[in-house]
Design a binder for this molecule. Sequence first.
Ligand SMILES: [Fe+2]
Ligand SMILES: [Fe+2]
Length: 277
Amino acid sequence: MNLPSIHDVPATRPQCIAPDTWLIPNLAPAGEGLYLPVNSMVIRGREPVIVDTGAPLHRELWLEKAFSVVEPEDVRWIFLSHDDGDHTGGLLDALERCPNATLVTNWFSVERLALEKPALPLHRMRWIEPGGSFDAGDRVLQLFRPPIFDGPTSRGLFDTKTRAMWIVDSFACLTTGSLNADDLPQQMLAEMMPAFNSAVSPWHAWLDSATYGRHVDAVEAFGATTVASAHGPVLRGERLDDAFDRLRGLAGAPIIPTPGQELLDTLLAPTLVEAAA
Ligand SMILES: [Fe+2]
Ligand SMILES: [Fe+2]
């Protein structure tokens, strides 16, 4: 059987989500009328920043969209949140097309990427840990450890000028098409976001709620007014408050089961019917 392809998704285009800040969206099919966002971001300030580089699946689309909002030679920074494949799809292209860009990453990401990509240019890198920051000319960008993550190298990014935040793999949630949380059914956010947070970071079941709560508080205390993520809708206001509250609720709570054989059987059922006909 053939699963739906990336051509079976609604068209998306870059969206300005905060001053100077563009979401670069792509979608992957995820069931009847549902799609998984695979976003990245571009900050178009004095020293433009590419924030993550999409998935290999969307490489061509990502290049087209990202470089429709910024000229490659103007890009001064490529911030890589972590080394997972769905964030590094256009990394080599971006390094090649943006000769004036410095790659912001860390030692462990580089070690891990060395196992799957050609050698990256060490002389074009800056290694920055959570708590560190870099100056992009007209703004300071602060790195932090996201509250939910599926890779140990993950670092989020907070723009102190616009109060926009990139929270990486936290707050993942399927969408019916829109990338604005205000447009999605609240029931959907309430059910799906905890399920995805649990799938991404199943270690939440062993967390002490007071200790984890302090980490979530610290991320919330940045005071972001717009929060974008790689796999969820853009959150603001009450939707954002709800999302942080749901995170706190995961500490010590049982893992939310992900689909198993039953789903595979459902997906294969039409093929079996066809074969029997
Ligand atoms: Fe990841
Ligand atoms: Fe991801």
